[in-house]
Structures are given as C-alpha cells and as structure tokens.
Design a protein around this ligand. Structure first.
Ligand code: ATP
Ligand code: MG
Length: 253
C-alpha cells in the first residue's frame, strides 16, 4: 500500500523505504543533443562547416580537441563537434576518449564502461573490439577504458600513427578528446600526429598567457592548430536576442 510521508523532503530523500529513481539528465551544454535548433548548436555547426570547407576532397581526418587547463569544456566541445559531423548524411564519425587520466566521454553519453583507448595502448584489446556504438546514428565511440597514470609512455609516434591511420580507414572524422596541454604532455603528443587541433578556451578559467603557452607548446611539437573555441564569453546572451532567433519558422510546420 502507498503511504503518504509526512517527513520533510530531506528525510524523505534519506529514507530506506523509498524507491529512488535517478534521472541522469543530459548535460545542458551538450546542445547538439538537447537543443539542436538553438543558436549555440548553430555555432557548433558553423565550425563544423568551416572544417568541412577546409577539407574539400572529403579525406578522412583526425582532429584533437584540447585546452590549456582542466575544465575548460574540452569534452563537451569534442562531443558536440562529433554530433555535428554525425548529423550529416554519409559521415562516419568516431569519438575517442584519449583523456586516460580523467575520462568523461562515456559518462556524458551515459554509456557503461567498456574496454577502450587505454586497453588498445596496453594491447589488451584490438581497435575493432574497443569501438562501440554511441546510440547516435553515424557516431561510434572508443571510451577511455583502463585508466593510465602515465599514458605518454605508451603514446609513441609510431603507435599513434598506426592507430590513426587504422581509424581513418573506416571513419571520415576521428575526434580525440584529450587532457589539458599544460599539466600533461598527452594532448601535445597526439596533436602532433593529428591532422588538426582545436583549442577550447574558457574565459575566466585560463589566462591569455596560459592559452598562448598551450598553443606554442602544441605548435612546437608540430601540431596544426586550426583555431580556438571560446566559451563563457560575457555580454548579451545571443539566445535572448530576437535577431538570432529562427525558431518561429520551425514552429509553423
Ligand atoms: N560552454 C560552457 N559554459 C559553461 N560551462 C560549461 C560549458 N561547457 C561545459 N561546461 C561545464 O564545465 C565543466 C567541464 O566541462 P568538460 O568536462 O567539457 O571540461 P573538460 O575541459 O573536458 O574538463 P577536464 O579537463 O576535466 O577533462 C562541466 O561541468 C560542464 O558542464
Ligand atoms: Mg574532459
């Protein structure tokens, strides 16, 4: 029988008799998932379109997403980017969580842990066995798998080249989410072998000098830094500016 509780909300939350349902919401910044017709999603598509325009022959490309410091929005940018490529017809996209120190792609996509990039580096599984479906059309994922304390020891140039060229056989765009550049070398080493690198900059989080150092670091190792994706820009929110709204047209259908 259902029993009406007279307890306070706090007590209710800790009562052992209660059935607790945790609804893990999609991260609000994953705009390609939860708000695909927003201005922010259009910004993500706009960068995707620029990247496609830079690749007129449609060759397979590897892209590294990184930042100077932690928590600048790398993983969210990498996932939004991957979703933006995946929404196009005939684009096979692979997202690789190569942040083996602080992985998050599987968490953000609500996927259970699975052998992943760390296990490929340790030669415990083949690349094929590490690839899994994301649940989104055209988008596959290699999660981080086994965490490694010092991944750069296994990220040798020949190893990375072999992995990247193998992945490019099957995918048009391969996107690597990485650790930040300044605290660890993993991202620079991967970026040096990738076709392009995008730097996420979260204003308030990293200083101009940090971002400059990170970009110099990447370039010194040979990375092709294509540009930056800046988040938390202060000023009027474009979402609330009617001149940026194109929703009216959709609602009429
Ligand atoms: N555009 C944004 N504006 C504000 N907050 C954001 C934005 N994008 C992501 N966040 C939030 O910032 C936090 C860090 O995001 P994310 O995991 O993408 O960063 P990260 O750079 O990958 O972090 P780490 O260095 O730990 O891997 C999350 O809580 C996320 O919800
Ligand atoms: Mg991250």
């Amino acid at each position: 029988m259902f029993r009406k509780s007279n307890e306070s909300n706090r007590d209710v939350a800790t009562s052992e008799e209660l059935l607790v349902i945790v609804d893990r919401a999609v991260n609000p910044y994953l705009v390609m998932f939860h708000d695909p017709s927003s201005y922010r999603a259009e910004q993500v598509r706009s960068l995707r379109n620029k990247l496609i325009a830079m690749n007129p022959d449609g060759e397979a490309k590897t892209l590294v997403v990184t930042s100077a410091m932690t928590a600048e929005g790398k993983s969210v940018v990498a996932i939004n980017r991957a979703l933006a490529f995946a929404e196009l017809e005939r684009q096979s996209v692979l997202l690789v969580d190569s942040d083996l120190r602080n992985p998050s792609v599987e968490d953000y996509l609500h996927l259970n842990p699975h052998p992943g990039f760390g296990d490929v580096l340790l030669e415990r599984v083949s690349i094929r066995d590490a690839i899994r479906s994301s649940g989104v059309r055209n988008l596959s994922v290699i999660g981080a798998g086994t965490r490694l304390a010092a991944p750069s020891e296994l990220l040798t140039t020949s190893r990375i080249d072999a992995i990247m060229s193998r992945l490019k056989e099957d995918y048009r765009y391969v996107i690597f989410d990485t650790p930040p550049v300044l605290p660890a070398t993993d991202a620079s080493v991967l970026a040096a072998r990738a076709d392009g690198t995008l730097v996420t900059v979260r204003l308030e989080r990293s200083t101009r000098a940090m971002t400059r150092d990170a970009i110099r670091n990447l370039q010194d190792l040979g990375a092709n830094v294509l540009g930056a994706f800046v988040t938390e820009v202060r000023g009027r929110d474009p979402e609330s500016d009617p001149r940026f709204s194109y929703r009216g047209a959709e609602e009429e259908f």
